[in-house]
Design a protein around this ligand. Structure first.
Ligand SMILES: [Zn+2]
Ligand SMILES: [Zn+2]
Length: 211
């Protein structure tokens, strides 16, 4: 009977998960508890700093709490891991009852990861849903890393918009900022500063006090 890896589809002599994906899954299960704890820190979205709220985006556009973090922390990760653990146990030891669930979320994630990690050899060899388990763990790690992983890009403040907005020569004067490497466009008057020349002029015409 020919077999293939449930995650990457490569041919296997036996089992349900290739060695590479088994090792990757082991690493993820090892890292996930710390990542899960780290998530708690990001429950409140980071701001660019006190006093910069006005320039960092349209007012009221952000929820005071990070909904993605709540989803992952309140159940998400722990419940998914525990349901996999229960299913592995059901397949491997049909006579055992479901494993007990105790403690806070951090502890539950740690316990479930450790349990799955210890059973990994059997999971790769004998658990038909191993590929789905590996995929789901990979996706959860990705979701958590997208929140925790890289430091969030901070808007760079470039100065005040120097576009003239009417026939009377009124200068826009709105604060200009951009994400690192991103385009520069005034949110107020819509003027885009596209070229090096535009940016040089912008710098040149800055009122002295804002430097
Ligand atoms: Zn594979
Ligand atoms: Zn402007």
């Amino acid at each position: 009977m020919s077999a293939s890896c449930g995650l990457c589809d490569r041919d296997l002599e036996h089992g349900y998960l290739c060695e590479r994906d088994t090792l990757a899954l082991a690493g993820r299960l090892e890292r996930l508890p710390a990542l899960f704890e780290e998530l708690a820190v990001h429950l409140v979205p980071r701001r660019s700093g006190f006093g910069e709220h006005v320039s960092s985006g349209p007012a009221g556009s952000r929820s005071p709490l990070n909904v993605d973090v709540i989803d992952l922390r309140q159940g998400g990760i722990a419940l998914v891991l525990e349901s996999w653990r229960a299913d592995v146990q059901r397949v491997r030891w049909p006579d055992h009852g479901a494993p007990p669930v105790e403690g806070g979320m951090d502890r539950r994630v740690t316990v479930a990861c450790r349990w799955l990690g210890m059973e990994l050899e059997w999971i790769a060899a004998g658990y038909p849903a191993a590929g789905d388990l590996a995929l789901e763990v990979r996706e959860m790690e990705g979701a958590a890393l997208s929140i925790v992983g890289e430091p969030p890009p901070r808007p760079q403040r470039l100065g005040l918009c120097v576009a003239v907005t009417d026939d009377a020569g009124t200068v826009c004067g709105a604060v200009l900022s951009r994400l690192p490497g991103g385009p520069v466009r005034c949110r107020w008057c819509g003027t885009a500063y596209r070229t090096e020349q535009d940016l040089l002029l912008l710098r040149h015409y800055q009122p002295k006090a804002s430097a």
